[in-house]
Design a protein around this ligand. Structure first.
Ligand SMILES: [Fe+2]
Ligand SMILES: [Fe+2]
Length: 271
């Protein structure tokens, strides 16, 4: 099975890049399943219902969130009925929505998508390792799930890599989101799990992590807020990772980065 994971969609240009490019990528790369991180899709803050539907209509099978999950208040409501929208699993008990979803792929196979939220340089939250492990134990790879994809939304590459090694042999792919910068460390671990520390963002890279440079730069220089953060509006780069899984085991056979459009050099998997 061939699966594409795309990192944080930032603002209108990120959404446009998904709508304009994802349908042809699905065809060209013969993708069976697509996961998109949508936590910054609505003006950089959260995900409105309309924008969630835009991502799904463009070809996303599952949309994941992150620490910005509730920036749009309406998400607390519509997440309850959207089975393919996944927020961090280690949020407080009773939080709206779900942290894991088992979803049908185009080829009829079943993909478990889980999201964890990191704790290094981030706000206090429950243990992401045990919460993710529990979700996978309830729906094991190669038994109830044909593929298991873990979006680990974290700040520190050390924590992301720890999650990869922790789940090695139990997930098809562990991929980080949240930093908005793609790493070039994609590889397959000894137990067969694909790992990439961060998928990067789907946004305008002529910016500071997707934000127009003026205000973040001002805050670094003076520490005094002058205005709001605004998503940059140049052409977005779609950034993520493609894996091929083994039909029987669900483990990772191939892993390759993908970057297309915008100011970053194009990187396209060769299949
Ligand atoms: Fe983000
Ligand atoms: Fe985030």
């Amino acid at each position: 099975m061939r699966i594409l994971f795309l990192g944080d969609v930032v603002g209108k240009v990120g959404r446009n890049a998904i709508s304009n490019r994802l349908p042809s990528l699905i065809e060209k790369l013969k993708l069976d399943f697509v996961i998109v991180n949508g936590e910054n899709a609505s003006h950089g803050r959260g995900l409105s219902e309309k924008h969630y539907n835009d991502l799904i209509n463009a070809g996303a099978d599952v949309v994941t969130l992150g620490d910005h999950a509730w920036d749009q208040k309406e998400t607390l409501g519509y997440i309850e009925r959207e089975q393919n929208l996944v927020r961090p699993i280690n949020m407080a008990k009773g939080t709206a929505g779900r942290g894991a979803a088992l979803v049908n792929a185009k080829n009829g196979q079943q993909v478990l998508v889980v999201q964890g939220l990191g704790r290094v340089f981030m706000n206090p939250i429950d243990d992401p390792f045990l919460a993710t492990e529990e979700a996978i134990a309830q729906c094991p790879l190669g038994q109830m799930a044909d593929a298991v994809i873990v979006d680990f939304h974290a700040e520190a590459t050390s924590e992301m890599q720890a999650m990869g090694h922790f789940l090695d042999g139990r997930a098809s792919l562990v991929v980080g989101t949240h930093t908005h910068i793609p790493t070039s460390d994609h590889r397959i671990l000894k137990g067969g799990t694909g790992l990439m520390s961060d998928a990067g963002m789907c946004g305008d890279y002529d910016s500071i992590i997707g934000v127009e440079t003026d205000e973040p730069l001002n805050r670094f220089l003076t520490g005094v807020p002058k205005g709001r953060f605004t998503p940059a509006e140049g052409e977005a780069t779609l950034s993520g990772v493609v894996i091929e899984t083994d039909v029987k085991t669900g483990l990772c056979k191939t892993i390759a980065p993908l970057r297309v459009g915008g100011v970053l050099a194009e990187v396209m998997p060769e299949f």
